[in-house]
Design a binder for this molecule. Structure first.
Ligand SMILES: Nc1ncnc2c1ncn2[C@@H]1O[C@H](COP(=O)(O)OP(=O)(O)O)[C@@H](O)[C@H]1O
Ligand SMILES: [Mg+2]
Length: 144
């Protein structure tokens, strides 16, 4: 079994960066492509239940910039030697958007942290991780 297309989802948290580092080592080992993806969750009521999200430029630049820095922070913690890395900033609800991203690029492995940047510790696993564990279109690796 070879993982040829690996996705690491990052929200900038220590755990998601650890997950991305794990994904990077695996990608090097398997000579696979690596996609590092972060999803910007738009503010409540930003768009209705129906229809497609508005284009990224419609969203507050500050939010996009903040997420851009998350992507950069994650990349700066990765050993990129010999890797073919694509970064992506997507807009939407994180878990659904990550699922769609994995489908679109035909990922064969998704790597995430068990928790992220959230501050509510009601459950052992974060809600994005929980949803992805249920709905990921490809095998998923959850880094504790
Ligand atoms: N907005 C996001 N964009 C990309 N990946 C995310 C995002 N939110 C969470 N993740 C991924 O899901 C993992 C678990 O995060 P999450 O379920 O949100 O836990 P928490 O509730 O602690 O924030 C993170 O380590 C990261 O890999
Ligand atoms: Mg979270």
């Amino acid at each position: 079994m070879a993982w040829k297309m690996i996705v690491a989802a990052t929200d900038g948290s220590e755990r998601s960066i650890a997950a991305a580092q794990f994904a990077a080592s695996l990608a090097r080992e398997c000579e696979s492509k690596l996609h590092v993806v972060t999803v910007v969750r738009p503010p409540e009521g930003w768009w209705g239940i129906e229809g497609a999200p508005p284009p990224p430029r419609a969203m507050s630049e500050a939010v996009v910039d903040a997420r851009q820095s998350i992507l950069e922070a994650t990349m700066s913690k990765l050993d990129q030697t010999g890797l073919d890395i694509t970064t992506a900033l997507e807009i939407g609800e994180p878990s659904g958007t990550i699922v769609k991203y994995c489908e679109d690029i035909e990922a064969d492995l998704l790597v995430i942290g068990r928790r992220g940047a959230g501050i509510i510790e009601r459950f052992v696993m974060g809600s994005v991780a929980d949803r992805l564990a249920h709905y990921s279109p490809c095998p998923i690796l959850i880094i504790p």
